[in-house]
Unconditional design. Structure first.
Length: 94
């Protein structure tokens, strides 16, 4: 069994188009077309190890009690030990 211990967070990939520039500063205005959510940090490592197969992977880390924390908890079933942390929100990266 491989044990992965570390920071667990969610990566959110937002795709879209920029067809114009903001009037008050030179910043593109992004129109969202799609969104994909993937495990990040130690959760990403655990997912990759599961994909290559061979041995069972155990993920140990903390997540919040928000929607992203529940998503991670549903994503990884036993034998993964995902512990809810003391705060309601947790790390996500966009």
């Amino acid at each position: 069994m491989i044990i992965v211990i570390g920071d667990i967070f969610v990566d959110e990939w937002v795709t879209g188009e920029s067809k114009k520039i903001a009037g008050d500063c030179p910043v593109p205005i992004h129109e969202e077309i799609g969104r994909e959510t993937t495990p990040g940090g130690a959760a990403h490592v655990a997912e990759l190890l599961e994909r290559v197969g061979g041995e069972k992977v155990c993920l140990i880390g903390m997540v919040g009690t928000d929607d992203r924390g529940h998503w991670i908890k549903r994503k990884f079933d036993f034998p993964h030990f995902v512990v809810y942390g003391p705060s309601e929100s947790w790390t996500s990266r966009r």
